[in-house]
Every structure is written in C-alpha cells, then in structure tokens.
Design a protein around this ligand. Structure first.
Ligand code: CKU
Length: 598
C-alpha cells in the first residue's frame, strides 16, 4: 500500500471533486480488452452509473449475473496546478481492477471492499482532457476473499459460485474522487488513548513527506483549542475530557498543520472520539465501564442499489437501530463504505469491523453446512493457501489502516466461519492475528465468528480471540420447529462447555436467528412464520441469559438481503428483523422491549 487511505478533506491546501455520475461501461467476456487496447477508448460501450452495483439495474438475467472482465471509462478536464499531486481514489472496485490513465497503466488492486488510491500525477495532462479506464473483474476463486469458485456453463458463460450467502454484487460500488494534495503532505496518522483521572492522553504518530515540522491540535467545538504539540509523535493531554460513548458520542476535531515561513503547506482535519475499549474479566469495557453489545450483523444491501452506499438508506438503518435500542453492528462480511463509520462515530453506534474472509470452506450452500455442521473440506490444506493468506493479510492491513481512527470501531473480526478444526487452520490464522495486533495502534480486541463445528473441544483458533464470537442457529438449522426444545438442550450443553474454555474472556453471539417470511403468520407457529421468529429468539435469549459470560447479542440479520438464487433461499435470505424495505417484522418489537432494559 503506497498511497494514503485518509478520507479526503477540503481546505486551502487540499481539495477534491467527485467523478460520480454516468460513465461508459462494457462487458469483456472473452478478456480481449487489453489486447485490443480498450484502454484507449471502449469500442461499443453503454452508459452506466458510478457508483453502482451493476447487477440489479439490468432487466436481463445474463447481465445481472455477469461474471468475468468488465470495463468502465470516463473523462475529466484538469486545470494546471503543478504545485500539487493528483490522486485518484475509488472507494472500492469489486473484486479486482487495473486502472489506466490516458491509456497508461497507473496501478492495480486486488480486493473489493477497500479503497483503490493512486497517485496519477505522472499520467495526467494538465489543462487538457484526460481519460480514466478501469478493467475490473468479479470472478471468485479460492484465493480471493471472499472465497468461491467460478462455474463455466456449456456455452462458455461464467457464473459466480460463492461459498458465501450473499449476492456477488460487483462494479465500482463506491464514490470516485479526484483529489489534489500538496507535494509535502500528511500521509497517515494513528491515535491511541489513555484515561488519567478526568483527563485523556491522546498519543499520536504521523507519517508525512517533506522536512517541515508538523503541528497537531485538538479542538472542542465549543471550548476551542484543547491541546497542541509539534512533532511526528507525541502525546496531547485533553483536560476534563468528554468521552465518546453511545449516549453521548462527543467528537473533538484533530488538526494537522505543516507550515513554513510563507504559510501553510498542508492542513488536514478529522473527527476524534476519545474512548478506550477492552475485553477482560469476562466483560467488554468502554471507557472502563462494562458494556453489553446489542444489535445486528448487517449487509450493505438494498433493492436496485445492491451494495452502493446511499446516505438516505444508511440514515434509515441508523434510525431503525436507534428505534430498536441497538448499540452495535458487525460489518458482516466485509468492510463497508467509509461513510458508515463516519455516521456511526457521530451517532454513537459501535462497530465490529470484519475483513471479507468468508466462504473459507468448500461449499456452495455453506450456510446450511456451517449451520448444521458439515464435514471438513480441508480448505486450508490446498496448494493455493499461501496466496489466499497473502490476500487476506493485505485486506486486513487495508481495513485496519483505513478504519483505525474511528471511535465507533471497537474490535476487528479476522474471519467469518472458516473451518477451524485442524492444525493447518491454526497455522493459517495465527500469523494473521499477530499481524493485525501489530498494526492496530489502539490494540483493539480481535475476534472471529465461529461456525457450529468450532466448539470448545474442536476449534483450533478460538484461543487466538480476545473475545469469542459464535454464530449459532439452534432452533433453525439445528432442531427447528417442533424440535426446538431439543435445540434448547443442545444449546445449553454447548454453553456449559464454553464456560470451561473461556478463561476470563467474554463471549458474544455474532449470529442467531430464523428465516421469516414477512407475509406469513401461523398459530401455532411454523418455521418461516413471524410467530416462529419470535419463539426462536425467545428460546435463544432464555439460554443466553443463564450465562453471565455472554456479553453481546448481534442477531442475524438486520434486514432481509439478496443472495444467489437457490432452493434454500426465497429470493434472498429472510432472517431480517426488518424487511429489505426496512419495515419491522414482529420480532423487532420483542428486541426493542428487551434492549430497552439490557
Ligand atoms: C447465515 C452458520 C452459518 C453461517 N452464517 C453466515 C451468513 O452469511 C449466513 O447468511 C449463516 C444464514 O442465514 O444462513
């Protein structure tokens, strides 16, 4: 990673403008584009919006399910300003891309959920028109994260076959920005906090270019300047600090200034929330006080938009989370658009940030396999595991570097339901946990969501976690419907085993729930009815409430979401507490009441 992942800002030294809008697009099923120099202009493009997940905009199935190479192109004019560098920043391109500027390759990127940032200064033409071309690809394989495979149909068409339970939405799904930054500039900064009586010590470290000294300041919106320091690392004391917490998500502003005798060379500002977060003594602690996590596993998912970020939809989601008395969500199963974290910072919602390490088991219906306990596929014994690990490491690095300064981010999740039951899995994950610990300046707790096979007796990775996260479907994949009382017994047995294994670590649930068709009511209940969803949650809560090491409940899922079609999915996964249109199912009222008191 060479370029800064800092979210851009506008001031007298820096600015940016958006390249969002209508671009040209063209599918390249035979992968001939580069040979035929499509980077010099697409031969027969159609007009297409950016950002967008391309699938649900089309009305024909082949395009919706398109898998393979695809191209985007746009043009922009650039006024001359040779004092600054020109940075091109895609919020994400799913899953991989090569970027050309004026026909010249400017960079490439693997991984579909973190920014692609390129210094394109050497390739641009000032006072002139410029062309950006993107060769993207959305195929899945066992070295991509998320993992899957790509089927080739008899007519040669490719089809994504995910080993995970969400639609393989692809494209330029987040905003594209053209940024101008000074040549001598701030590249990145880290913060980490310590509470000392009523004061907070904010330790910081900056990465910059050039030799001029940097000054760091913290401002309060009403009290003004709180602390100042000069140097590339140091400590700022904020007296009588107002801490960041869900009930009062107080945000200071942190400002970085580089000056010479003529004035400012660079300026950068960002929100700063002062808080600590720890997992110890059987509990989770925010600012030294125990906190119980209540909320959801989510997806970036909506009708037509797919995974495109939208402020109205995000704000509706946050409004629903506040209404239901939730305080937390997990970014299952990939890092979300950065605006989600900014909103969570300002609204006081906690985030468990997850890397796209999902589908680490050979199964096209992995949710059923993972839910009921399938047989080992020895996923981590393959010849390509090293490449997978390298992609995983890079995705982790990009997530942590991008998100490390958000107060809302309280923990990082290193995986979702891989096979963790044999030594090769441990060999695979141990270095990734160590790496994540070494690069997070705040040393947040690390975790990973465990599938049902990963029990205290079988799991070879759970001890790597600072708190244990379980995905459990007692009453759904395991003994659903009329057998729910058996599910309850099995669940209690498993919890008794965890009790002996945790050694002071807290445990949370990162998934539990039942598919529920919002139009279905039935008395007495049957699976898929709204009545059953309530009963299933009631049973799960009865068990969890009997174990004091349970310190969080993130239900699956916030809302119904799109998946690959199949016999186990009715136009998507229906485990939402809200419908895909963000209207509450009956179980929402149960949660609202429970979480009001929790
Ligand atoms: C969810 C235990 C199964 C894994 N879990 C992963 C998640 O992505 C799925 O959507 C199960 C489900 O609803 O089956």
């Amino acid at each position: 990673m060479n370029e800064s992942l800092l979210y851009p800002c506008i001031n007298s030294c820096r600015d940016f403008h958006s390249l969002d809008g209508m671009w040209k697009m063209q599918f390249d099923p035979d992968s001939v584009g580069q040979k035929e120099n499509w980077q010099d202009g697409l031969p027969s493009p159609f007009a297409f919006p950016v950002p967008a997940s391309f699938a649900d905009i089309f009305t024909d199935k082949e395009k919706r399910d398109y898998c393979g190479d695809f191209w985007y192109e746009t043009r922009f004019h650039l006024d001359a300003d040779t004092t600054r560098d020109v940075i091109l920043r895609f919020g994400s391109i799913t899953h991989r891309a090569t970027i050309f500027v004026n026909g010249i390759k400017a960079g490439e990127h693997e991984g579909g959920f973190t920014p692609v940032v390129l210094d394109i200064t050497p390739y641009v033409r000032f006072d002139n028109k410029n062309r950006i071309s993107v060769l993207a690809n959305n195929e899945l394989n066992e070295t991509s994260i998320p993992c899957g495979t790509t089927k080739i149909l008899p007519d040669g068409r490719k089809l994504a076959a995910p080993y995970f339970d969400f639609f393989n939405y692809s494209g330029i799904q987040r905003s594209v920005l053209l940024i101008r930054v000074p040549k001598e500039r701030l590249i990145d900064y880290d913060t980490d906090m310590e509470l000392q009586g009523n004061d907070a010590l904010v330790h910081y470290r900056v990465k910059k270019t050039g030799d001029h000294p940097i000054t760091v300041e913290i401002y309060d919106k009403t009290l003004g300047l709180m602390a100042r320091n000069t140097g590339e690392e140091g400590t700022l004391r904020v007296k009588d600090a107002e801490l960041w917490e869900p009930e009062n998500p107080h945000l200071y502003t942190i400002v970085f200034l580089i000056k010479d005798e003529h004035g400012f060379i660079d300026k950068f500002r960002a929100d700063l929330g002062i808080r600590t977060f720890e997992a110890r003594d059987g509990k989770l602690w925010l600012n030294g006080k125990p906190i119980f996590l209540k909320g959801f596993g989510k997806h970036e998912d909506f009708e037509i938009m797919g995974r495109t970020f939208s402020y109205p939809i995000a704000m509706r989601d946050f409004a629903c989370m506040k209404w239901i008395n939730a305080n937390c969500f997990r970014t299952s199963h990939y890092p979300y658009a950065e605006e989600w974290y900014q909103l969570a910072d300002s609204l006081g919602i906690l985030i468990i940030d997850e890397v796209p390490a999902v589908g680490m088991m050979r199964s096209l219906m992995n949710f059923a396999t993972a839910g009921t306990g399938g047989k080992e596929t020895k996923f981590f014994c393959s010849d390509t595991v090293q490449q997978l690990q390298e992609n995983h490491r890079r995705a982790l690095e990009e997530m942590i570097v991008r998100d490390k300064n958000h107060p809302s981010v309280i923990a990082f999740s290193i995986y979702n339901e891989p096979e963790t039951t044999y030594p090769e899995a441990r060999e695979y994950f141990k270095p990734l946990f160590e790496y994540a610990r070494s690069i997070d300046p705040q040393k947040r707790p690390l975790t990973g969501a465990q599938l049902i096979n990963s029990t205290p007796n079988t799991c070879q990775c759970q001890d790597l976690c600072d708190f244990v996260s379980l995905n459990r479907y007692y009453g759904w994949y395991v003994m659903g419907g009329s057998e729910i009382s058996v599910a309850e017994k099995l669940f209690r047995q498993e919890m008794d085993e965890w009790k002996e294994t945790l050694h002071g670590r807290p445990l949370i649930f990162t998934e539990f729930g039942a598919d529920t068709y919002s139009a279905e009511h039935k008395l007495p209940s049957v699976m898929w009815s709204q009545e059953y969803q309530r009963e299933c949650y009631e049973m799960n809560f009865r068990v969890m409430d009997d174990y004091d090491f349970v310190q969080g409940e993130l239900v699956w899922n916030f809302a119904d979401f799109q998946t690959t079609e199949g016999i186990m999915r009715v136009n998507g996964n229906k485990k939402g507490i809200f419908t895909r249109n963000r209207q509450p199912k009956d179980a929402a009222y149960l949660l609202k009441k429970r979480w009001e008191k929790k």
